[in-house]
Structures are given as structure tokens and as C-alpha cells.
Design a protein around this ligand. Structure first.
Ligand code: NAD
Length: 473
């Protein structure tokens, strides 16, 4: 753990395993509630000086962190592949994306502008200033174990907040590597703090109930997000929540079915489907179905699963055995209710894959609302295809979910694209685009997919309070 500018030797540790082969790759500190309390106290003590430092000083440190992260990108990517499982090429892309947040907010730190507002009284002046919210507690997931950290750390630090971060128990080594960079950059003691723990619950309780914490930023499942929102409600802490998704991917009959199927194959199986913006319901207009399914099936059959360190492998393992079982349950349930299997549909056990948590990339058609896969977030390599007949119907089906994170639309009709963009109740919409994300663009969901946005100008606002001064002169 990293508390108050020091690496803290823990009383106990827990082991970290490679999900591709089950091998132990390291141990980390097993922090308890006491450790979280100490880290929060350090962050609170560091806050007054850090919040008064100039934006230029904060920016300079973020620039330096960006430089160090890029210098280390090869070793960070390898660590990520061994700890989280994604193929090395995807891990390199993630490190670059993670560094982008450090750079973006190094720049934005200098653009926290206030405002003067004309008063109705000639002897009065209104001045609006933005100030940091205070101590931030951050909780991050395992699926993007470096970029989800910098997406919170960079704007919090740019705004002048101090921070305590608890990473996911499956990927603490990536978090330690990020904090080694922050330590080298030389943030003042207490400004950044890391608490790793095998059991997240006591740390979460401390974050929610400690009055020194003014904001909680959380990325993870909707269930845990709701618990944190509830537990922190008595103190009305500021919240940012990046939660689950159930993205529709809509292919209209004026689109090229081959191009659209290639797009689905690329985005659906990224990170083995373990992404909150992964397409979960693929709606294809009926006349395109045969060409679309055939292209997607061919693409899926060409995806090789295995250890991400081997560049021939495009599909890494799932995070753990429970994830494999969840995916398999959804597939069995769909087949029991009349889905048609075109590819995959089982665990992968041959050639040593039984030592890891592998599931075959799977293509299902004839999927209907009676199936769990239609309703539940999968977080795995399953592409469920649903036929539709008209635009109104498909927009209603796409919106028929409590989630509202990402959606994708393929069409060559501009008017239809605008109608779909305006009609879909989702925070991020890709129109003929499978990667609508960037450090410069606001990321976040509507409905039960979350609160607030990360990245972009909006990402900095999440860490700022608005203060009004009324001056009588
Ligand atoms: P999770 O909610 O189980 O875990 C996320 C984090 O919460 C981890 O750090 C975990 O240790 C912590 N946590 C778990 N129980 C806790 C508790 N009681 N108190 C405090 N912290 C607790 O989610 P997961 O399985 O790790 O991640 C998958 C989920 O995250 C999916 O639903 C996915 O859609 C979502 N996700 C969302 C985004 C986004 O930006 N919207 C990004 C990545 C992942």
C-alpha cells in the first residue's frame, strides 16, 4: 500500500494469479479498514496545501506522470496481460489510453475558469469560482486495470483534490505499478494514496462513512454502485458512478452487412467481452440476417483463444471461474429457449486452456426477450443476434433496459442516423463507429448505468465545487 508518501509493509498479504494459467504472479498488501482510515487522514492533511498549489504545479506533475507511463508502456502492458489476461496488443493500447488521461488533464488543469455575473445592483459584484471538492475515495474495476485508475486520478489531481484509491482485488499489481510512477513524480505526501485489499467491503464502508471523504468515484457493477450510493447517502457525498451496460448494436437494412459484422466482431470480443460498452444485444434488420451472420461466424471462427502473451491469440481468459459459469449459464438458457448456435457455446479446455478461465467466442441467433442473455449484462464473449423489422420497433427494444451506457448504430441514411442518435437513451452512441471513446470525450451512462461523466471537460467538473461570492462595494 502507498500511504502518506510511503510504501507501507503490511501485516498480511494476498496472492494474485494469472487468469490464463492459474499461476501465482505476486502478492500484495491486504489492507483493512484501519489502513483505509489512515490513508483518508493523510489525504485530508495534504488537502489544504495541495488545493492551494497553482494549477501549473499540478499540471507539471501530471505531464511528468504521462511521460513516465509512456516510457514504461512495454513493461506495464506485459504486467497487465499477465495479471488481467488481455492480449498484449490490447494491453499496449490500454496503457496508451491510460496515459492519454494524464496528458488531457495536465492540460485541462490550467483551464478551470470561473465567471463574473452582472448584478441588478450597481454596488454589488458576483464572482463565481471553482474549487476542489476535497478528499476523494476511488474504487476501480479489474477489466481496465490501468486506464480506469488514471481516468479518476488525473482529473482529481488536476482539480486540486487529494485521493485514496482502492483497486480491484484481481488486479492490484497494475495499481501498484501506477503508484510507483506517481511516487517517482513526487506528489507531496498524502496527495495520492493506495489501499489494496482482498475484501473490498470494509474499505468501502470506511469510504462511505468517514466524514473526511467528500466524494466517491466508483467504476464497477450496478449492484455495488447502488450499495455505495445508499451507504454514503447519510453524508450526501458527491458521487460519480460508471456502472454496468447492456449495449444495443443496431444494423439497419441500408448498411453494408459485411462491414457491420466485421465491426461487431472487433468490438464485441475486445477484452473477451469484458467491457461495460461491449455490444450485448445485436439487432439486425431481417433482410440482412443471412449475410451478417455468415460474416460474423467466419470472423469468430478465426479468433484464437489463449495466453495473451502469444501474439497469435486474440481472445484472452475471463477473469475467474464464476465469470465462465455465468457466461455458460446464459448460453445454456438461451439454447433451452430456442436460440440457434452458430459458433462456440462451450468452455475451452484443450491445449492447456483448462488451467485458465477460457470460454469459446460464441454466436447465437434467434435470441428473444425470454432469454437471460437478452436482459442481463453478459461480460463475456457471447454475441446474441436478434432480428427486427422496423425502426420504431428496434429503438423501443434497444431502450427497453434499465441500463443506458453505450449504443451502436450502422446505417447509411443520415436522417435515420440522427433519429437513432436522438431516440436512443444512452450516454455514448457510436454511429458507424465502434470506438466512440477518448480522453477528450465525455464517457458515462444514463439510467442505472451511472452518474456523471469521466474524461473531457465534464470529467474535471466532477471534482469541482461552484463557489459564489457576492461583494457589496
Ligand atoms: P464489482 O462491482 O464487483 O467490482 C468493482 C470494484 O468494486 C472492485 O474494486 C471491487 O473490489 C469493488 N467492490 C466490490 N464490492 C464492494 C463493496 N461491497 N464495497 C466497496 N467496493 C466493492 O464489478 P466488477 O465485476 O469488478 O466489474 C464489472 C462491472 O463493472 C460490470 O458491470 C461493468 O459493466 C462495470 N464497468 C463499468 C465501466 C464504466 O465505465 N461504466 C467500466 C468498467 C467496468
Amino acid at each position: 500500500m502507498y500511504i502518506n508518501g510511503n510504501w507501507v509493509t503490511p501485516a498480511s498479504t494476498f496472492a494474485v494469479f494469472n487468469p490464463a494459467n492459474g499461476e501465482q504472479i505476486g502478492t500484495v498488501a491486504d489492507g483493512d479498514r484501519e489502513a483505509a482510515r489512515a490513508a483518508i487522514a493523510a489525504a485530508a492533511e495534504a488537502f489544504p496545501a495541495w488545493s492551494r498549489s497553482s494549477a501549473y504545479e499540478r499540471s507539471a506533475r501530471l505531464y511528468r506522470a504521462h511521460g513516465l507511463m509512456l516510457e514504461r508502456s512495454a513493461s506495464l502492458a506485459e504486467l497487465m496481460t499477465r495479471e488481467q489476461g488481455k492480449p498484449l496488443k490490447a494491453a499496449r493500447n490500454e496503457v496508451k489510453y491510460a496515459a492519454d488521461f494524464l496528458l488531457w488533464f495536465a492540460e485541462e488543469a490550467k483551464r478551470v475558469y470561473g465567471e463574473t455575473i452582472p448584478s441588478a445592483r450597481s454596488d454589488q459584484r458576483f464572482l463565481v469560482q471553482k474549487c476542489p471538492v476535497g478528499v476523494v475515495a476511488a474504487i476501480t474495476p479489474w477489466n481496465y486495470p490501468i486506464s480506469m485508475l488514471t481516468r479518476k486520478l488525473a482529473p482529481a489531481l488536476a482539480a486540486g483534490c487529494t485521493i485514496v484509491l482502492k483497486p480491484a482485488e484481481a488486479t492490484p499489481l497494475c495499481a501498484v505499478a501506477v503508484f510507483e510512477i506517481l511516487h517517482e513524480v513526487g506528489f507531496p505526501a498524502g496527495v495520492v494514496n493506495l489501499v489494496t485489499a482482498a475484501d473490498p467491503a470494509p474499505i468501502g464502508e470506511e469510504f462511505c462513512t468517514n466524514p473526511l471523504v467528500r466524494k466517491i468515484t466508483f467504476t464497477g457493477s450496478t449492484a455495488v454502485g447502488k450499495k455505495i450510493a445508499g451507504d454514503s447517502a447519510p453524508q450526501l457525498k458527491r458521487l460519480s458512478m460508471e456502472l454496468g451496460g447492456h449495449a444495443p448494436f443496431i444494423v439497419f437494412d441500408d448498411a453494408d452487412p459485411v462491414h457491420a459484422a466485421k465491426g461487431v466482431a472487433l468490438v464485441k470480443f475486445l477484452n473477451t467481452g469484458q467491457a461495460c460498452i461491449s455490444p450485448n444485444r445485436i439487432f439486425v434488420q431481417r433482410s440482412l440476417l443471412p449475410a451478417f451472420l455468415e460474416t460474423l461466424r467466419q470472423r469468430i471462427e478465426a479468433l484464437r483463444a489463449g495466453d495473451g502473451m502469444d501474439p497469435a491469440n486474440a481472445i484472452g481468459p475471463l477473469v475467474n471461474q464464476a465469470a465462465v459459469e455465468k457466461v455458460d449459464r446464459q448460453v445454456r438458457d438461451a439454447l433451452d429457449h430456442g436460440a440457434i448456435l452458430h459458433a462456440g457455446g462451450a468452455r475451452l479446455l484443450d491445449n492447456g486452456l483448462d488451467k485458465g478461465h477460457f470460454y469459446a467466442p460464441t454466436l447465437l441467433s434467434n435470441v428473444s426477450p425470454r432469454m437471460r442473455v437478452y436482459r442481463e449484462e453478459t461480460f463475456g464473449p457471447v454475441a446474441p443476434v436478434i432480428a427486427f423489422d422496423d425502426e420504431q420497433e428496434v429503438l423501443a427494444m434497444a431502450n427497453d433496459t434499465s441500463y443506458g451506457l453505450a449504443a451502436y448504430v450502422y446505417t447509411r441514411d443520415l436522417s435515420r442516423a440522427v433519429r437513432a442518435f436522438e431516440g436512443l437513451q444512452f450516454g455514448i452512441i457510436g454511429i458507424n463507429d465502434i470506438n466512440p471513446t477518448s480522453a477528450a470525450a465525455p464517457f458515462g451512462g444514463m439510467k442505472e448505468s451511472g452518474l456523471g461523466r469521466e474524461g473531457a471537460r465534464e470529467g474535471l467538473e466532477e471534482y469541482l465545487e461552484t463557489k459564489l461570492g457576492g461583494f457589496s462595494i
